[in-house]
Design a protein around this ligand. Structure first.
Ligand SMILES: Cc1ncc(COP(=O)(O)O)c(C=O)c1O
Length: 400
């Protein structure tokens, strides 16, 4: 962790602020390349929903990573950043068909996730190949909100309808060339990944023109020393083994796609706040910072753990404290933590803030979104301005 640079960034640009160290994104990508080196045809597509600042996306594009988009806006941002149409995958959920039509006209690959949208697609583009997201019927992921591959989830084509699709494909009523699954986020148990991998490869054998499978995201990184993480080598080995079985059974090879979000950018991001007050009560030592869940939602929404470093005084005696925001409801950012002694005005840095950090921020309480910076080639650059009052008001219409 680059404490000196992070402190400099906060002092020079003010707080709250998001800072991304681009070298960490690159080193995370190299780890994936290393783990997947025995796969003969694979591609990494970055899940743009986790962090979509255009400078970060361009950096990622230059590493020759593709894009995974969830909305037509992410598709368009990707195109603006220079991703080629074949480098963009669009996996929407429950969108109006007009969005799918627009993506089709832009030429990107689409993963359809309901029978209803497949029907519309086949009527509009009768002979075109399709890629479909299936629901693998697996409960996996760090918490209930991010477990999306189980049978009660709204995502993917329910297992009970897959046989209908296989029949339609056999009868040439549809032409399935791609299969997709995304089981959840923060998956540590490799057997949960393995179940999904087995499921998608075995389903793939049933579609005569299948060319690619997409294993989604979900790779877990550790959030503190000793925390669990996905074993990348075991993950890669499971993919390789199932692919080998598929090749032996069918005599065909598949392109394999991965869509990591957190794995690529979580570690690269730091969210830095300043201490307004230290408010003591009988049972608590509340550290009140100049932010809240409006800027950093994950601790409140998912109860996620983010290590906190006191940048102003990193090596003092540790004291127990609870870090809270200024929002008008409970917005605990870190509960009952032992942190190096904190004083009013200190800079507190939340680690692992790169993924779903800025991208989940809002203007709640009419607060302004913060600036974003990056550390690249030994310099700190601003990559997004902090909002101002005019930004808050610009689309509002005063009818009086
Ligand atoms: C379809 C899809 N792919 C990839 C991802 C990225 O997941 P993660 O950030 O856990 O890698 C998500 C996350 O919601 C997703 O919905």
């Amino acid at each position: 962790m680059k404490i000196k640079e992070l402190k400099k960034a906060a002092v020079n640009f003010g707080t709250p602020i998001y800072v991304y160290d681009l070298s960490i994104i690159e080193s995370q990508y190299r780890k994936l390349q290393n783990a997947f080196k025995n796969l003969d045809n694979y591609k990494i597509h970055f899940a743009a929903k986790s962090l979509s600042n255009i400078s970060v996306l361009k950096f990622i594009k230059n590493l020759e990573i593709g894009l995974d988009a969830v909305s037509i806006e992410e598709v368009k941002i990707g195109i603006k950043c220079g991703f080629k149409k074949h480098e963009i995958l669009f996996t929407p959920n429950g969108v109006n068909f007009s969005e799918i039509k627009e993506a089709k006209s832009l030429g990107v690959k689409i993963n359809l996730d309901s029978l209803e949208s497949i029907k519309d697609f086949s009527e509009n583009y009768p002979n075109d190949p399709i890629s479909i997201r299936i629901n693998p019927g697996i409960y996996a992921g760090g918490n209930e909100k991010i477990s999306v591959g189980h049978s009660n989830s709204k995502f993917g084509i329910p297992e009970e309808f897959i046989s209908d699709l296989i029949k339609m494909d056999k009868e040439n009523r549809i032409n399935v060339t791609g299969l997709h699954i995304h089981t959840g986020s923060d998956i540590t148990k490799n057997n949960e990944f393995e179940k999904g991998i087995k499921k998608i490869f075995s389903t793939a054998t049933k579609f005569k023109n299948i060319e690619s499978i997409d294993l989604g995201g979900g790779i877990k990184i550790p959030y503190f020393s000793g925390d669990t993480e996905t074993n990348l080598n075991d993950y890669a080995k499971a993919v390789e083994e199932e692919h080998n079985k598929f090749k032996n059974n069918t005599g065909k090879k598949l392109k394999i796609i991965f869509e990591p979000g957190k794995f690529l950018v979580s570690d690269s991001g730091y969210f830095i706040t300043s201490v307004n007050y230290i408010k003591k009560s009988q049972n608590n030592n509340f550290i009140q910072v100049n932010s809240g869940f409006n800027h950093f939602l994950r601790p409140t929404l998912y109860n996620s753990y983010h290590e906190v470093i006191n940048l102003s005084n990193p090596n003092d005696q540790k004291e127990e404290c609870t870090i809270v925001g200024y929002i008008c409801e409970k917005d605990t950012l870190a509960e009952k933590r032992m942190i190096s002694k904190i004083s009013k005005g200190d800079l507190l840095c939340f680690k692992n803030a790169g993924a779903y950090g800025y991208n989940m921020s809002s203007n709640y309480n009419s607060r302004l979104r913060p600036a974003e910076l990056c550390i690249h080639d030994n310099s700190i650059k601003k990559i997004r301005e902090k909002e101002n009052l005019e930004d808050l008001l610009k689309n509002q219409i005063d009818i009086f």
